[in-house]
Design a protein around this ligand. Structure first.
Ligand code: BES
Ligand code: ZN
Length: 850
């Protein structure tokens, strides 16, 4: 049964729970369709709380019996929990419940994946395991006994006892229930070891299904690097005797930071050169680091309530980005992150789903694990660090860990440690947490008497529920270049706090060229009407690697928009500037590969919409094709040299240097394919001995409308490997020519390997289609209908993944009236589906604006 009228939860309604939990003892008797969970929980009245209602969450569980201080009680059981009358003194609650993991397709709570028991409790999944105050501010130690006829039985903390068919685990660190985890199955350990800087020996294990042993080595090394990095950079040590990671095939998200027992989507941890691309390796390294870093930012210090989600996620994303920058190339990582922010967060912040980094209300918390909370949340921390400086940042963090260890905190607690260490008033800065929408920063400049003046203005367009925006604190990193390309002023951070502000630079010999928002110092849209000549100058000379890339990006976007709206030819300044950069063998190959990138078609649609035009997906697609062709021709002579610079000697390694070379090689191959019709790509495909090359060659062929033989061979070679097969589905859906996309995607949904209940497979195919801009927005509306069909089908099985996929429609108001009608009809069809989940109901109604 589902809630017919979803309720809205408000941040302002927060009250502490009426009871504290001193200890939790759980016993699991595992059985596929009738697992028994016995709990023994020590409660005592919370002196801080006024409301002493004893309400325990519980969903989809059958209460067998309950006892208070050993005496049987009959609680009032409702759909979402139970209430009971309890003593106004410490007491012991005991309950036995029955659950059905074998039929849990939502993958929340205790469920089964390939015969293995596993759990996912964040955000509110623990209530599907037993009755409990399932809220992050209730923290307790846990002891868990697992009885089950399986060789490996795992839970949080340290192993304390075991025998044949059972194991006991004790987690000494108080934690909220969302960090609880249990795994039971036939698993094989890839072991490792780490000695912390204070001399604690930690046993590490990466647990996988038989057959996956060969894909563990990289993840284990990444884990060790992460542990070391958090000691070196943040001074944080690991705090248990063991750290376990388990790979599961059926998982809604990427991975989960359960205390001492991280659970990973197998796609986010398993890797081998033959089956994983360089990008997969980099993502795996980042996710392992991210979940490990949560041990301090999330677990030791957790969130008071789910509105504070960015407290742990924004900070941990920021930390994992720092880690990746240190392990690889900082400028390349920054550019990747900005590409991602613009691709995922900007559409969210500028559409119907716009919400603040700290939302103030929700119906279903699962819908708020968003790019805004995560990626904009991380940007906000980056700005804070820029404003206070590196030293103050690290002092503030030390204070944060010292002051709040073991607590469930708020953004107010977080900001206070910065105020207390720096003496800065962060009242205005705090608007980054409460105000939604992407600020626009416009630039005007003036040159007179050796004084150069920049006038910066800010404004944020209205967003749902927020019409009146106040100015924010925007750190704008600026440098100035002289006419010969030398830097005449190094990077300086201007603090834009008002609606309009002037900043002057004196004693300049000549009018400089400004490099503004260096390193993308704030998550804003910079509106700067400058000439393409100036942009080309920055592309050639900017000393800030981010802004140098950005100048090329702006030139590319500008020429594409003019090609689309004015039928212009590709801009020679862009092509010449690009050629010069690509020729420069002193530049990192990874960086040069990024230079060859173009704004996504979706971003171009957004830019046209900003200009007041109605984007035509086919016109955008054609412009990109034309520019690509022109680029290939313009670079014709350079391409063989790029190919040879991209050659890697020695065996495959996923490190940044080799990966950068392969990225440049792939970008060059894509251009070569436009000139040779795919001859070289077919050759590369035939010789490829790693997935990066194999996939890049296959992509080139498919984009050229070729590669059917290779596609079939790829299937024959890899159909036994779930993760590689996801790529096979994703590639076809995302690279199909616009007119073929709906048909190809539909045919793939009928393929026997389309196991749509597996979130990875579902996302590969339907997410791939949604990423195919012109194919998804096919004028027939067939792609919209196909996606809606599948959302309707998946919703009763897995609401969380369904709701996430609805975001493909969030950009619908950008397009023409016909497409809007088609999308509205599909969204309405989804909305009117009987018994639609709370997750999907909320998403569809927010997207529709109803
Ligand atoms: N805590 C989350 C996982 C999670 C999210 C659980 C939503 C339940 C609901 C985890 O730390 C996380 O953020 N994972 C990310 C990857 C990370 C590298 C940003 C994910 O799963 O995508
Ligand atoms: Zn996280």
């Amino acid at each position: 049964m589902r809630d017919a009228t979803p309720t809205t939860i408000y941040l302002s309604d927060y009250t502490p729970f009426g009871f504290l939990v001193d200890s939790v003892h759980l016993t699991f008797d595992l059985s596929e369709h009738a697992t028994r969970v016995t709990s023994r929980i020590a409660f005592r009245p919370n002196p801080q709380a006024t409301d002493k209602t004893f309400f325990l969450h519980g969903e989809n569980i059958k209460l067998i019996h309950a006892l208070i201080d050993g005496a049987p009680v009959t609680p009032a059981v409702k759909e979402n929990g139970l209430t009971a009358s309890v003593p106004n003194a410490p007491f012991i609650w005991e309950a036995e419940v029955e659950i059905d993991p074998g039929n849990n397709t939502a993958l929340e709570g205790l469920y089964m994946s390939n015969g293995m028991y596993c759990t996912q409790c964040e955000a509110e999944g623990f209530r599907k395991i037993t009755y409990y105050p399932d809220r992050p501010d209730v923290m307790s130690t846990f002891t868990v006994r697992i009885n089950g006829d399986l060789p490996v039985l795992l839970s949080n903390g340290n192993p304390t006892a075991k025998g044949d068919g059972w194991a006991e685990w004790t987690d000494p660190w108080p934690k909220p229930a969302y960090l609880f985890a249990l795994v039971a199955g036939e698993l094989i350990a890839h072991p490792g070891q780490f000695t912390t800087r204070s001399g604690r020996d930690v046993e590490l294990n990466l647990w996988v299904r038989p057959g996956d042993e060969g894909k563990c080595a990289f993840g284990m090394e990444a884990l060790k690097r992460s542990i070391k990095w958090d000691e070196d950079v943040y001074g944080r040590e690991y705090d248990l005797d063991v750290f376990n990671i388990v790979a599961v095939d059926d998982f809604n998200m990427g991975a989960m930071e359960n205390k001492g027992l991280n659970i990973f989507n197998s796609s986010a941890v398993l890797a081998s050169p033959e089956t994983s691309t360089d990008a997969n390796f980099e993502r795996i390294e980042a996710i392992i680091a991210h979940e490990y870093f949560h041990n301090w930012t999330g677990n030791r210090i957790t969130c008071r309530d789910w509105f504070q989600l960015c407290l742990k996620e924004g900070l941990t994303v920021f930390r994992d980005a720092q880690f990746t920058s240190d392990m690889r190339s900082a400028p390349v990582k920054r550019i990747h992150d900005v590409i991602d922010l613009r691709a995922r967060q900007f559409p969210e912040d500028n559409g119907p789903l716009s919400h603040p980094v700290r939302p103030e209300s929700f119906q279903e918390i699962n819908n708020f694990y968003t790019a805004t909370v995560y990626e904009k949340g991380a940007e906000v921390i980056g700005m804070l660090k820029t404003l206070v400086g590196d030293e103050a940042y690290s002092k503030a963090l030390d204070l944060y860990f010292e002051r709040h260890d073991g607590q469930a905190c708020t953004i107010e607690n977080w900001l206070k440690v910065f105020e207390d260490t720096t003496g800065r008033d962060l009242t205005q800065f705090k608007r980054w947490y409460s105000q939604s929408g992407t600020p626009r920063v416009t630039v005007e400049d003036d040159w007179a008497d050796g004084i150069y003046t920049l006038t910066l203005s800010q404004s944020t367009p209205p967003t749902p529920g927020q019409t009146d925006k106040q100015p924010q604190v925007i750190p704008v990193a600026v440098g100035l270049l002289g006419p010969n390309g030398d830097e005449v002023r190094g990077t300086e951070v201007l603090e834009l706090t008002g609606e309009r502000q002037r900043f002057s630079f004196e004693d300049l010999a000549a009018k400089p060229v400004p490099s503004i928002l260096r390193g993308f110092s704030a998550p804003v849209i910079l509106e700067h009407n400058r000439s393409n000549t100036e942009r080309a100058f920055l592309l050639a000379h900017d000393t800030d690697p981010f802004n140098r890339w950005e100048a090329g990006r702006a030139l590319a976007q500008n020429t594409l928009l003019r090609m689309i709206t004015q039928d212009e030819a590709p801009d020679a300044q862009y092509l010449d500037g690009l050629l010069a950069v690509l020729r420069d063998a002193d530049l990192d190959p990874a960086y040069r590969a990024l230079m060859l990138g173009l704004p996504t078609q979706s971003e171009l649609a957004a830019a046209l919409h900003e200009q007041g035009e109605t984007p035509d997906p086919m016109a955008i697609w054609r412009a990109v094709e034309t520019l690509r062709q022109a680029t290939a021709q313009h670079m014709q002579d350079l391409l063989p040299r790029l190919q040879s610079e991209a050659l890697v000697d020695g065996p495959y390694s996923p490190d940044a240097e080799q990966a950068g070379k392969r990225a440049l090689g792939s970008a060059a191959l894509a251009l070569t394919t436009r000139l040779d019709g795919g001859a070289m790509a077919a050759e590369v495909y035939a010789k490829a001995d790693n997935m990066t090359l194999q996939l890049s060659a296959l992509s080139c062929l498919l984009r050229a409308g070729k590669g059917q033989a290779e596609l079939a061979a790829f299937y024959d070679q890899w159909h036994h490997d779930r993760l590689v097969l996801d790529k096979w589905f994703g590639l076809q859906a995302s690279l199909a020519a616009p007119d073929d996309a709906p048909r190809i995607a539909r045919a793939l949904t009928e393929h026997p390997d389309f196991n749509w209940k597996n979130p990875n497979r579902f996302r590969a195919l339907l997410g791939g289609l949604a990423m195919n801009h012109a194919g998804f927005h096919h004028a027939s509306g067939q792609s919209y209908a196909l996606l809606a069909d599948w959302l309707i089908r998946l919703d009763p099985v897995n609401p969380q993944t369904t709701a996430r996929m609805c975001t493909a429609f969030q950009i619908w108001k950008r397009y023409d009236a016909d497409r809007q009608d088609l999308i509205r009809a599909q969204l309405t069809r989804v909305a009117e589906t009987p018994n639609l989940s709370r997750d999907t109901t909320e998403m569809v109604s927010r997207i529709l604006g109803t």
